[in-house]
Ligand binder design. Structure first.
Ligand SMILES: NC(=O)c1ccc[n+]([C@@H]2O[C@H](COP(=O)([O-])OP(=O)(O)OC[C@H]3O[C@@H](n4cnc5c(N)ncnc54)[C@H](O)[C@@H]3O)[C@@H](O)[C@H]2O)c1
Length: 372
């Protein structure tokens, strides 16, 4: 007789009850995981164990009538990770993205997170991943604000007025304790106005939409860039104030002069080293075009910056093994590409909460495995 296997299924409603929208807790959990990243107590996919994940990208044309075709933000992606420490769990986020989904009353991306026992490999939990993913994405700039923003920061600018940008601001607002104003720039000004009003009311600060990117950036001590990835946001060195922290959650370029004096800090330099390798494997004309950190990768390739792998990761700052902010005049650029360790770690926290609260449905995989 083999072993019965059951696992927990958590719907979006269940994970909300389990605390999925608790940004303050997610920032703390992510800070803990940043320390595990720095110590090396984690594994992600690929030969270098640091891959963001693997895509299914559809072809531009196909003889097969049912095969989807390439389109902006059209993909499936699997993002596996093991997270160590008290988590000691393996899992993955699996999602599909189709830009026309909102016309069908669906989110653009639909995400699921699966957790597995690292020893027996049995499923522990299958859970709705949309909120896990958006809150974990927002909370990374939250941890970066805690460690890298100057304490006196009063103005935060958000570039892009979409849901990811709002998740980032929700976390930044918790960590920037002296915040007085939010400024928003979006190519659609009405979206920026709605975002600024909502964020200002939520946090009891003033808020306004800026008329230009330059005006928005010049105003800020903290800049969060999370605009759509079709074209990078282009920022000029002299727009960025002394002491500012700029965080790239979406694509952004700053003219090269900025990087001769500013400090770069990655979410995980080892993952960006894998991205760098991926670019180097492409034909020369296709390199360093798509991706959040591509401008910096190109500068490393051209010898204008040290190799990505030698640069600082936020986990090293959290652990105190590398220097973070030196003083209130220093300008810092933080780059985050997103990692499955957040989905697995934050998902695990919610799974543990759900068990304590008796949430979700228990599903049976088998009473007695047929192939045992
Ligand atoms: N790093 C990560 O972990 C991570 C995770 C998820 C998403 N993202 C990034 O976040 C981005 C935003 O995601 P979303 O779901 O909120 O997208 P969205 O399309 O819903 O919203 C993006 C907003 O950006 C605006 N925009 C587009 N180009 C702009 C520009 N040049 N300047 C100012 N505003 C501009 C759009 O008008 C829109 O309001 C994604 O494109 C992706 O690159 C990053």
């Amino acid at each position: 007789m083999g072993k019965k296997t059951e696992f927990l299924y958590l719907s979006e409603e269940d994970i909300i009850k389990a605390g999925a929208l608790d940004y303050a807790r997610c920032i703390d959990v992510e800070e803990e995981i940043f320390a595990l990243l720095s110590k090396g107590d984690y594994v992600m996919g690929g030969d270098k164990q640091n891959s963001h994940g693997i895509y299914i990208k559809f072809p531009k044309e196909s003889p097969f009538p049912n095969m989807p075709l390439d389109a902006p933000d059209r993909r499936f992606m699997a993002m596996p990770a093991y997270v160590g420490g008290r988590f000691n769990v393996a899992g993955q986020k699996w999602y599909g993205s189709n830009i026309i989904n909102p016309q069908r009353g669906l989110p653009r991306s639909i995400l699921m997170v699966m957790l597995n026992d690292v020893d027996t490999c049995e499923p522990l939990c299958l859970m709705s991943g949309n909120l896990i993913s958006s809150v974990r994405t927002g909370c990374v700039p939250g941890v970066a604000t805690r460690h890298l923003a100057k304490k006196s920061a009063e103005v935060c600018t958000c570039i892009g007025a979409g849901p990811v940008s709002m998740a980032c601001f929700d976390a930044i607002a918790l960590e920037a304790k002296n915040l007085k104003e939010i400024v928003v720039f979006d190519i659609v000004k009405e979206k920026a106005e709605v975002f600024a009003k909502e964020a200002a009311e939520k946090y009891g600060i003033s808020g306004r939409a800026a008329d230009s990117l330059e005006e928005a950036v010049r105003a800020a001590d903290i800049i969060s860039v999370a605009a759509s990835s079709v074209k990078p946001v282009n920022i000029e060195n002299n727009w960025l104030k002394p002491g500012s922290l700029i965080m790239f959650t979406g694509r952004c370029n700053i003219d090269e002069a900025y990087f001769s004096s500013a400090k770069i800090i990655w979410d995980n330099a080892k993952m960006h080293d894998v991205y760098f390798d991926d670019h180097m494997a492409l034909p020369e004309e296709q390199r360093f075009i798509n991706g959040i950190g591509v401008q910096i990768y190109r500068m490393c390739f051209e010898g204008k910056l040290p190799p990505v792998i030698e640069q600082t990761s936020l986990g090293d700052v959290v652990c105190g093994t590398k220097e973070g902010r030196k003083n209130d005049e220093e300008r810092i650029c933080f780059v985050t590409g997103g990692m499955p360790v957040w989905d697995v770690g934050w998902g695990y926290e919610l799974y543990e909460n759900a068990k304590k609260l008796g949430l979700g449905q228990t599903l049976k995989l088998w009473d007695d495995p047929y192939l045992c």
